[in-house]
Design a protein around this ligand. Structure first.
Ligand code: GDP
Ligand code: IMO
Ligand code: MG
Length: 430
């Protein structure tokens, strides 16, 4: 048995989709363990280019079972569209399973996400408006509706009736919005339920059975460590945990079972939405990175904020995720740079900080302390081995390993599945 978790090490969009698509070649099962369709995982392979929001990035291999795990929040309309889109491209989705315990995103979650963001006004978080905050709030408040409840129309009707009574009070009295219709929601979700019924089951037991049979399992994270509700830049975070620790709960297995934890990092930093980002470049270098790397959100199309690699935040992510390996993506974006900066510390109110502050208002005030390294002029998009990289690029990778205290096992040099350099075997089963 071998289980590998793949998680984001920054503020999301590090290239998790690409890395999971790559590693899944040798897996039997891929389980998405948290987040919802706020995630957008880009996969570019011989089938084309796909932006997956809910379906695990292992779906392109006919032998791989793909699970939408217990920790995921599922918008059934989005999931059905995604299934249809894949099928249209000739991808078989017959091996997809959806946890009966996964919470459902309901129309009032989308509406409340919108209304709450408006209410926050200048303090808006810049959410993806996919209903994520409201759905996980309902899960904690014990007002949520789970995918398994779609399978019994009467149970679903009663659950919806109870939840909607609460929600309509909030919508009409707090936000002075129109109430939502029970019958309309029921009817559309009844239809989703019929379409999704073949996929819904107790996925945790399927995963456990695969474990017992020694199968190779990948646990696919969404978002990144710095968006974690506990350890991220609160309140500018998402509402489910993207950390490796959450992979256990979101997939239904114990911490002892995970053999390797791979953190995906970009060679620089990006962030979408509001919140502190000490290395953000609001200048032509930031714009240059954005345009060269097409740094626009896979889910919302918003321009991503770009900046130099933040090794203070990176080291923190290595620690809170307990990473065993790093997959470093987008190294090719630095081709042609005269020099490259890495943030190795912050200064804040006259003090030097080398650890990541827990308070966002402190991080807001942090100024990056940079170390500058020499760049390289060669293109590395076609390089497939570590020794073939320019010396300056190898030095950059070695320096990041030192600063992060974690080995870089994979280097990605372009968006395509093939554009990768394996430095050290990640699969424990290799
Ligand atoms: P995810 O959410 O972590 O899966 O990442 P996204 O798909 O949102 O964003 C990553 C973007 O970078 C996508 O457009 C990928 O196709 C692209 N990408 C991934 N790895 C590389 C790489 O090594 N180099 C370049 N240039 N692009 C990459
Ligand atoms: P992947 O899996 C980047 C950000 C949003 C916003 C904050 C809260 O593709 O890496 P939410 O809608 O979750 O309530 O928004 O989190 N965010 C992401 N940023 N990549 C993602 O997912 C994200 N999912 C949420 O932009 O700042
Ligand atoms: Mg993304």
């Amino acid at each position: 048995m071998a289980i590998v978790a793949v998680v984001g090490g920054q503020w999301g969009d590090e290239g998790k989709g690409k890395i999971v698509d790559l590693l899944a070649e040798r897996a039997n099962m891929v389980v998405r363990f948290s987040g919802g369709d706020n995630a957008g995982h880009t996969v570019i392979n011989p089938y084309g280019e796909f932006k997956l929001h809910l379906i695990p990035s292992g779906i392109f291999y006919p032998e791989v079972t793909c699970i939408i795990g217990t920790g995921v929040a599922v918008n059934p309309a989005v999931l059905l569209r995604e299934i249809e889109e894949l099928e249209r491209h000739g991808i078989d989705t017959g091996r997809l399973l959806v946890s009966d315990r996964a919470h459902l995103i309901m129309p009032y979650h989308l509406l409340l996400d919108e209304l709450e963001e408006k209410q926050r006004n200048k303090g808006a978080l810049g959410t993806t408006r996919k209903g994520i905050g409201p759905v996980y709030a309902d899960k904690a408040a014990r007002l949520g509706i789970r995918a398994g409840e779609l399978l019994d129309k009467d149970v679903f009707y009663r659950r919806l009736q109870t939840a909607l009574e609460f929600k309509n009070i909030v919508l009409t009295r707090a936000y002075e919005a129109a109430p939502l219709s029970l019958e309309e929601i029921y009817e559309s979700y009844r239809q989703y339920g019929e379409q999704l019924a073949p996929f819904i089951c107790d996925t945790a037991s399927v995963t456990r059975e695969a474990m017992a049979r020694g199968k190779m399992i990948l646990l696919e994270g969404a978002q990144g460590a710095l968006l974690d509700p506990d350890f991220g830049t609160y309140p500018y975070v998402t509402s489910s945990s993207p950390l490796a620790g959450a992979a256990c709960i979101g997939a239904g297995l114990g911490p002892k079972e995970i053999d390797r934890v791979v953190g995906v990092f970009k060679a620089y930093n990006t962030r979408v939405g509001a919140g502190p980002m000490p290395t953000e470049l609001k200048d032509e270098t930031g714009d240059f990175i954005r345009e060269k790397a097409h740094e626009y959100g896979a889910t919302t199309g918003r321009p991503r904020r770009c900046g130099w690699f933040d090794a203070v935040a990176g080291r923190f992510a290595v620690q809170v995720d307990g990473l065993s390996d790093i997959a470093l993506t987008h190294l090719d974006i630095y081709d042609g740079f005269g020099s490259i900066k890495i943030c190795t510390a912050y200064t804040c109110d006259g003090e030097t900080l080398t650890t990541f502050p827990s308070d966002s208002s402190v991080l807001e005030k942090c100024q990056p302390v940079y170390e500058e390294m020499e760049g390289w002029q060669e293109s590395m998009s076609d390089t497939r081995d570590f020794e073939g990289l320019p010396k300056e690029a190898r030095d950059y990778l070695r320096r990041l390993e030192d600063l992060l205290s974690c080995p870089i096992s994979l280097v990605s040099v372009g968006p395509d599945r093939k554009q990768v350099i394996s430095v050290k075997a990640i699969h424990p089963w290799v």
